[in-house]
Each structure stands twice: as structure tokens, then as C-alpha cells.
Design a protein around this ligand. Structure first.
Ligand SMILES: C[S@@+](CC[C@H](N)C(=O)[O-])C[C@H]1O[C@@H](n2cnc3c(N)ncnc32)[C@H](O)[C@@H]1O
Length: 364
């Protein structure tokens, strides 16, 4: 007799006909997107009429529905990328294009033991949890409880409850990971924070030999300093640094060309692998000879002795206000309670946000 394995966490709620409690993305003929939560007897109002939720409940995904004024909407459940770009946030999120690269280049696999920091709004945690699966392990570290609270609300909403592979620890990654993970037991480390170079010792302790370390940093100075710190440790393969650009195309008859606008910059990725203890790394083929620059040159570029140089403001990020954080945490929590996007965003343009928020989020 064949055995049907249990569906992975959150999978069942993503399939089948529309049910009460589902989040639904409605796209109108002008490609405007609204996100609603299906409630028996509920109504979606715009100045162009009313759409009854009961007309959607029971329909297959991808159905076309009409409101009272025959305005048509295409109805689909939002994808993870849609949710990430519209969810409540306190800190800047890792964008879907970068999350995909982190999963691929970080070789995040089902069953992997992964640690990440910081959690921020939980966007990357969602992709990591999907990749490690129910039988995997994701331990996320976040120094600020207010951010962790927003992340919990967002992640719980996506998975319809707490994911069995996930835990969060509040505190500085460098200290907490050493208290909670045994040396050499972690398969993958993913850091999205202001100063990953401060974590070299901690990462080197917990990461298994052969394990992959992925860093996500916003500026070239952070990238430079992180790469040099990894190299200086002598414990890793030569770091690889890159960025990902995704350019959409307009394809319509003979008018086929790149889109006029794109998200030009989000961040840089740096990957490397832990060498076995005692092994000596093979240097990169085209390394600049150390005598061709002085320690002073490096200091001028990275200002390693000047903590002020590494503040959020110095890196061009405006700090987020406590008020905004409290609001985002409340919205994120209310989503899992109601199974929806927060009240007030139901008629917001949930799926059209394509650029990083300029509103300064961060919190790196
Ligand atoms: C840009 S956000 C992370 C966004 C997150 N990856 C996402 O996709 O939503 C950076 C986070 O790192 C946290 N952080 C910075 N340094 C940290 C450290 N040493 N240990 C733990 N968390 C840290 C900040 O509080 C902030 O929430």
C-alpha cells in the first residue's frame, strides 16, 4: 500500500478552491492590485462598486469575478514575493531576487541546519524556512525584540502558524550563537546586518567544515571590510562577491524592449566556505599583492578603528522610529489573528511595490 506523506507545513492552505480566511490578490483591468481576506458575508468596496466575498468563496484560483458595476478582477492567492513586498516591516527586507540567490548560492537544502542574523522583518527567514523544510532547522538571531515581534507576525502569517523548524533568539548573534549552537554543527550561516566582520570568530566556531557562509551587505565599504576580515582569518575559501540585477522586459507585439525602470541596487552578496581546521586556503588567482597597499590605505578605505563610520546614518540609512516599529508589530500580529493583511491595507496596492522602501527602514 502506498504511503502519502503529510503535506509540508503551510502547503495545504496554498492550494484548492478559495476558502474563508484566505488572502486574495485582486487585479483589476488597469493592473492595480488589492489584497483582501475572504470572510463569509464580507464586501470589498471601491468607488467603482462592491465585490461580494461570497462570490469568490469556492471558486478556483485564477478565476475572474465581477463587482456590482461589472468591473472585472482576476483573483489569485499572493505568492511569497508579493507578500514580502507588502507586509508590515520595521527593517529593510531582503528582496525576492536576492533571497533566490541566497538559497541557490548558499546551497540551502531540505534538512539543513541554518543560522541567520538579523531577522529584521522576517522576509529572508520565510525563504530559508521553505528551503530547509519541516525536517530542517533555522535558528534566527535578532538583537532587537521589536523587530523580532514584527518578524514573528509575518512568518506565522505565511505559514499559518509557527513553523516547526524555526526558533528566534534575542541578542547579539556573536554572543548568542556561541551559547546555543555546538561548535562545528551548523551547515549554513546567513548574515544580513551592519557589521558581519565582527562575527568571524563566532561563525568560524559554529560552522562545520565545508559549510557555507553567506553575507548580505548594502555598501561597497561593508563588502570590502567583510571580505578582508574573512581572508585575514585564514579559515575560509577565497570569498566570492557579487550582486544580482533583474531587468524586466516589456513584450508586446513588435514593442519588445527592457522595462524603463528597474531596482538597480539592493545589496552585495559574499559567499565562502569553512576550511577544515589546520587546512591552508588557496589564495584567489588574481589577488592584489599585500605590499602594493599599506595598512593605512586599508584603514582610510574601511575606517576600521572608527565606530562612528559604521553607524546606520553613515551608511545612508535613516533609523526607524519606535512609533513605526510598534505599528508594524501590531499590524503583523493582527494578520495571523485575522489571517489577513492589516486593516487599512486591504485596498492598498499590495503587489505593485517594486523598489526598496526609501522610507528608511533599516535597523541594520
Ligand atoms: C536589514 S535587517 C534584516 C532584514 C531581514 N534579513 C529580512 O529579510 O527581513 C538587519 C537586522 O539585523 C539586526 N542586527 C544587527 N546587528 C545584529 C547582531 N550583531 N546580532 C543580531 N541582530 C543584529 C538589526 O536589529 C536588524 O533587525
Amino acid at each position: 500500500m502506498s504511503h502519502t506523506p503529510a503535506a509540508p507545513h503551510g502547503a495545504e492552505s496554498r492550494r484548492g478552491p478559495f476558502r474563508p480566511g484566505d488572502r486574495i490578490q485582486l487585479t483589476d483591468e488597469k493592473r492595480r492590485i488589492n489584497t483582501i481576506t475572504l470572510t463569509p458575508g464580507g464586501e470589498f468596496h471601491t468607488h467603482k462598486g462592491v465585490l461580494f466575498h461570497d462570490d469568490l468563496i469556492g471558486l478556483p484560483e485564477g478565476s475572474l469575478v465581477e463587482n456590482t458595476n461589472e468591473i472585472r478582477y482576476q483573483a489569485l492567492r499572493p505568492l511569497l514575493k508579493d507578500f514580502v513586498l507588502s507586509m508590515p516591516r520595521g527593517a529593510t527586507v531582503v528582496y525576492p531576487k536576492d533571497a533566490g540567490q541566497i538559497i541557490a548560492m548558499g546551497d540551502i537544502y531540505p534538512g539543513a541546519r541554518v543560522v541567520e542574523a538579523g531577522v529584521g522583518s522576517g522576509a529572508l527567514s520565510m525563504s530559508l524556512l521553505r528551503a530547509v523544510g519541516d525536517a530542517g532547522y533555522l535558528h534566527s538571531f535578532e538583537r532587537r525584540e521589536e523587530f523580532a515581534e514584527i518578524a514573528r507576525g509575518n512568518v506565522d502569517t505565511v505559514f499559518g502558524g509557527r513553523h516547526p523548524a524555526w526558533q528566534i533568539t534575542i541578542g547579539d548573534f556573536q554572543e548568542q550563537v556561541l551559547k546555543t549552537e555546538e561548535p562545528g554543527t551548523v551547515d549554513r550561516v546567513v548574515l544580513d546586518m551592519l557589521s558581519p566582520w565582527e562575527c568571524v570568530d563566532a561563525v568560524s566556531t559554529v560552522l562545520a567544515s565545508g559549510g557555507v557562509w553567506v553575507n548580505y551587505v548594502a555598501t561597497v565599504t561593508q563588502m570590502s571590510r567583510t571580505v578582508e576580515a574573512i581572508r585575514a582569518s585564514g579559515l575560509y575559501t577565497e570569498p566570492e562577491s557579487f550582486e544580482t540585477m533583474v531587468r524586466g522586459w516589456h513584450v508586446d507585439g513588435l514593442a519588445v524592449r527592457p522595462d524603463h525602470r528597474m531596482v538597480a541596487h539592493t545589496a552585495f552578496l559574499i559567499t565562502c566556505r569553512r576550511l577544515a581546521d589546520g587546512a591552508v586556503g588557496i589564495p584567489g588567482a588574481k589577488r592584489v599583492k599585500e605590499h602594493s597597499y599599506s595598512p593605512e590605505d586599508l584603514e582610510t578605505w574601511t575606517r576600521s578603528q572608527d565606530p562612528e563610520a559604521w553607524s546606520q546614518e553613515a551608511l545612508g540609512e535613516r533609523p526607524v522610529s519606535d512609533k513605526k516599529l510598534r505599528r508594524a508589530a501590531k499590524d503583523a500580529k493582527s494578520m495571523i489573528q485575522r489571517g489577513s493583511l492589516p486593516a487599512g491595507t486591504e485596498s492598498a496596492d499590495a503587489g505593485t511595490l517594486t523598489e526598496p522602501s526609501t522610507e528608511a527602514d533599516t535597523g541594520n
